[in-house]
Design a protein around this ligand. Structure first.
Ligand SMILES: [Zn+2]
Length: 68
């Protein structure tokens, strides 16, 4: 397997475990620590604040309900 430039080593802020070769661009900063199992978001790798499609649909449902 070839080296992937996007992968980074990130120290878990909770337990200090160094999690290696994570692609945080892919997960928008989220990683799951391999030691403590906590899912944490590394803020410096957060690039976007996209609203997932299903949330948009939820909003449309709410609007149509309140409009009656
Ligand atoms: Zn951890």
């Amino acid at each position: 397997m070839s080296h992937i430039d996007n992968s980074v080593d990130v120290e878990c802020p909770i337990c200090g475990m160094l999690n290696k070769s994570l692609d945080l661009n892919e997960t928008d900063g989220w990683m799951e620590c391999e030691k403590c199992g906590n899912a944490v978001q590394i803020l410096k790798y957060v690039r976007t604040h996209r609203i997932p499609t299903y949330r948009m649909e939820d909003c449309q449902v709410l609007v149509s309900l309140t409009n009656k």
